[in-house]
Ligand binder design. Sequence first.
Ligand SMILES: [Zn+2]
Ligand SMILES: [Zn+2]
Length: 139
Amino acid sequence: MQIRDPGAILKNAGFRATKPRLLLLELLEKSHTPLSIHDIVAKLINDDIDRVTVYRSIEAFVRIGVVREVDFQGQLARYELPDTEYDHHHIVCTKCHKIEDFIGCDVERIEKKALHQSRSFSRISSHSFDLYGLCNSCA
Ligand SMILES: [Zn+2]
Ligand SMILES: [Zn+2]
């Protein structure tokens, strides 16, 4: 997995590189699963960053696509950095909410099928797709 530079991400998006923004992106970059706002606040509060700043930054980042919001069937929204290299998706445990990434959803085949059936669309620009099941400890 390619390591993304939080400073460069902010610069490209036209944000000033403040400490809270840098730490927030660094946290998401290092995390192996998408984090809820509670996870993020809990981790950043140690660095003296207040809750309101975290909420505002996340909101602004999501709006311009620097951060991706993912929602899993009625769970709290979670946040991650969007894919640059791999198109990844999630497997979610319906009991303990453990989340794992998987790569390769065969989207081209599905897009073709969808467009073939559609009467109103001729182009697909993005997709979202998650799998649900029980993890080994819950099964
Ligand atoms: Zn589980
Ligand atoms: Zn995909």
